[in-house]
Design a binder for this molecule. Structure first.
Ligand code: ZN
Length: 203
């Protein structure tokens, strides 16, 4: 199983971090040890002082494939979930400045908590999925996949040119604006189309 993540896939988020808009999807990965499941708490790592939440819609891959053609891309995922791409922003900024890979800022242990998955067929419009993250009951991120720079099917095609997709892989599809710090004691709750599907306590 692998976790593939997409950077800067919403215009408003690219702008809030003063990043140029990408011409192609920006891809990075997290190892299986980054997964955090079953609503388990997240323990604030000692190597950062600026841990950020990035709320994202996650695709679960249901079919093996490579070099996937656009017309078949939608058959490779049937369920979506809500996840956080935890990012040690202080470390990431330092690495970016030096042009270094950013794994230690984004792919560390438990940096990818995910919630429960729901069938795509239950979503009214799969091209316009509304999702929201609250921190201690206050909405901090709100987005719709209608504003993705690279929609799901484009990502499937692009990723599969380089990496064979396998059943059980996850794709974190990018975060909308509103990323920000979390602190010990915070409670993060994620919802898709108003349905609560994710929660994570920061300890
Ligand atoms: Zn992200």
């Amino acid at each position: 199983m692998k976790i593939i993540c997409i950077g800067r896939n919403y215009v408003d988020h690219a702008k809030e971090l003063n990043n140029p808009l990408p011409e192609k999807p920006i891809i990075f990965m997290k190892p299986p040890t980054a997964l955090l499941i079953d609503g388990r708490p997240f323990y604030y790592p000692d190597f950062t002082r600026d841990l950020h939440h990035e709320a994202e819609i996650v695709l679960k891959i249901c079919k093996n494939g490579r070099h996937i053609e656009p017309q078949f891309a939608h058959t490779y995922y049937q369920e979506i979930g809500f996840g956080i791409d935890f990012t040690a922003r202080d470390i990431q900024s330092e690495l970016k400045k030096n042009g270094h890979p950013w794994e230690i800022a984004k792919a560390f242990d438990f940096s990818a908590p995910i919630g429960r998955f729901i069938p795509l067929e239950k979503i009214p419009d799969p091209k316009d999925i509304h999702f929201e993250l609250t921190k201690n009951g206050v909405t901090v991120q709100k987005g719709s996949t209608a504003s993705l720079i690279f929609p799901f099917d484009d990502l499937i095609c692009y990723i599969s040119r380089y990496f064979r997709l396998q059943i059980g892989d996850y794709i974190f599809t990018g975060t909308p604006a509103g990323v920000g710090p979390v602190s010990v004691g915070d409670v993060l709750v994620g919802s898709i189309e108003g349905e609560e599907v994710f929660s994570c306590d920061i300890r």
